[in-house]
Design a protein around this ligand. Structure first.
Ligand code: AMP
Ligand code: MG
Length: 401
């Protein structure tokens, strides 16, 4: 068995970031910026009011209460060509341009507008700049707004849209093919014959690929025979950036996945000192990375988390490839037996009184997918007897509780 870190370094170290592509802004959420983004424009583009109220010369309010002549109304979207002179005010709505001459806004709540609309009474003095959002207060022309390597979130999309950056250069999303292998597997709701099970891994792995922002390609359920596997893998190599298979990587006698992958590519078959997910294959067919995940449903998910996800994130250019690994407290005994392996227990993490607290999510067999489905974290239980309630333990957060 090889240590987890060695296997991870090998897999993650073998892949490289994909090429780049210029895409319409609305297709780039979750992708990674290739270049620094510099602004050509100011945001806000013009001085404007943060409040509904009246634009005034602040000096005129010094002796408030005072009455000013109303010279016009400026709505958001107007050009704001309503010069405000001494003793004058312009009615103004949030987002409208500050009119020439005015240097402050008095909010509507501190004013009384006359019935005839000719005058306004100002209740309190306001300083220059009051409620004025000046041009470029958020972004100045020439600012570096975001750096290369930024992961585009909804907020970043908004900023880029506000700058008129409707196309951006990003690292391409890996297109990831997923196959299931195994003669016992069936796809569909029909009654099972004795010896058959339904293919669950493909649903899960396709969803994991998608959930992580990669493009998922369903390449189907492939029979454990040389021709079907060869065809499926060759097809993947011409259409995908990476392939994830599940099944056929352990010591079984009918594991043709091994034979075919060894024929078509360069694979390393690993036995890793972890449980679940001890067997794992990684290598290349042509230039396509292949993740040969174990068939047991929990193992395939844990293997995806530990190897495929970080490697695919590296291909997508992500600066941080791993989930958060945090210190947590065992809220019940998280026991195990010594076996030379690090265990990844399926747990439920709760954040209570300033700490993550872990309890088992259910049955811990590698075929017991239910507990993995309910888990929001993996407890990293080092070789030994585990930890007792109250002990400190590392957890990988699959979701932030
Ligand atoms: P293997 O890695 O092919 O030896 O499979 C290990 C275990 O995982 C066996 O019990 C298989 O039946 C099961 N298995 C393999 N592939 C899948 C799948 N796609 N969905 C559900 N179970 C699977
Ligand atoms: Mg099999």
């Amino acid at each position: 068995m090889i240590p987890l870190e060695e296997a991870r370094e090998y897999v993650i170290g073998s892949v490289s970031p994909l090429d780049t592509i210029t895409l319409p802004l609305n297709e780039t959420r979750g992708m990674v910026l290739v270049n620094d983004v510099a602004s050509n424009e100011a945001v806000p583009p013009f001085a404007n009011t943060a409040m509904d109220g009246f634009a005034v010369q602040s000096g005129d309010t010094a002796g408030a209460p005072t009455t000013l002549d109303v010279v016009g109304t400026i709505a958001a979207g107007d050009k704001g060509d309503v010069p405000v002179g001494p003793g004058q005010a312009a009615r103004i709505m949030t987002g409208a341009p500050l009119p020439p001459g005015a240097d402050a806004i008095i909010m509507v709540e501190l004013t009384t507008f006359s019935e005839d609309g000719q005058t306004v009474e100002i209740a309190e003095p306001v300083p220059a700049g009051n409620h004025v959002r000046s041009a470029g207060e958020d972004i100045e022309p020439g600012d570096t707004v975001f750096e290369a390597g930024t992961v585009i979130t909804p907020g970043h999309l908004g900023v880029l849209a506000s700058l008129g950056a409707y196309e951006v250069e990003v690292r391409r999303r890996p297109r990831v093919g997923v196959i299931s292998t195994g003669d016992e597997l069936v796809d569909g709701p029909e009654p099972l014959e004795h010896g058959q099970i339904r293919d669950s891994n493909r649903r899960t792995l396709l969803a994991l690929v998608e959930e992580n922002g990669f493009e998922a390609v369903d390449l189907g359920l492939v029979r454990d025979d040389k021709d079907s596997l060869t065809e499926a893998i060759q097809n993947a190599a011409t259409t995908c950036d990476a392939l994830i298979s599940s099944g056929g990587v352990s010591m079984g006698a009918f594991d043709f996945v091994k034979v075919v992958l060894d024929e078509l590519g360069e694979m390393r078959w690993m036995q890793i000192a972890i449980k679940p997910a001890k067997p794992m294959a990684f290598g290349f067919v042509d230039d396509m990375p292949v993740f040969g995940l174990p068939g047991n449903p929990v193992s395939s998910m844990v293997s995806f988390e530990l190897f495929a996800r970080p490697a695919l994130r590296k291909m997508a250019g992500h600066p941080r490839i791993d989930r958060p690994w945090v210190q947590a407290i065992a809220s019940e005994d998280l026991l195990r037996r010594p076996d030379g392996k690090t265990h990844f227990a399926r747990v439920i993490a709760e954040y209570v009184d300033g700490a993550y607290r872990l309890r088992f999510a259910g049955g811990q067999g590698s075929h017991q997918l239910r507990a993995m489905a309910d888990a929001n974290a993996l407890a990293v239980v080092p070789d030994g007897d585990g930890v007792e309630a109250g002990g400190i333990i590392t957890a990988i957060l699959l979701e932030i509780p």
